[in-house]
Design a protein around this ligand. Sequence first.
Ligand code: SF4
Length: 209
Amino acid sequence: MDLKTQELINKGEMLPLMEEFYTIQGEGAHTGTAAYFIRIGGCDVGCHWCDVKESWDANLHPPTDTDIIVANAKKYAETVVITGGEPLMWSLDYITNLLQENGIKTHIETSGAYDFSGKWDWFCLSPKKTKLPLDRAYEEADELKMIIHNKNDFQFAEEQAAKVGKKCKLFLQPEWSKKEKMTPMIIDYVMENPKWRISLQTHKYLNIP
Ligand code: SF4
């Protein structure tokens, strides 16, 4: 990569874009609402069940002019969800300022394991055991989304819920490949512990991206 491109990436004026698409948010607090998804490449958190492993190597995703990404989003949506990969590996101040200047709400889905950047209308924190969130991410979280892959994950979910603020909504979501086994357990758990809500990956049931 040439120096100029690297400099623009460092400033967030270019980002390694994996894909962008207009769809329905399938998970969590905004389930069922239309949003433009911007998926940025790069992640070293290493979840073994990750369903977007092709995002991990940022070098496979072309550095893209952030102004163009925002112009594309503006054609479609009132809300943008920035996801990955792990989007906080990149500086997100430039893109979120520009989106908000254009009247677009900014949502993020992150593991919280990297330094905070950006201006967010909604901060969805999804902690992973392999690389825990930094303190700032717990402070920012509007929504805590815990992926339940096995029984031990309930304990981890409780540990993480103890670290977020009172305003934060709490979700348990079955990991897709284990949903037949874990969904009934989550249903029971939520009924016994009603501070939690269940989140399903409804976009996968609807067969949309
Ligand atoms: S943090 Fe997200 S993108 Fe990264 S490995 Fe885990 S599930 Fe995959």
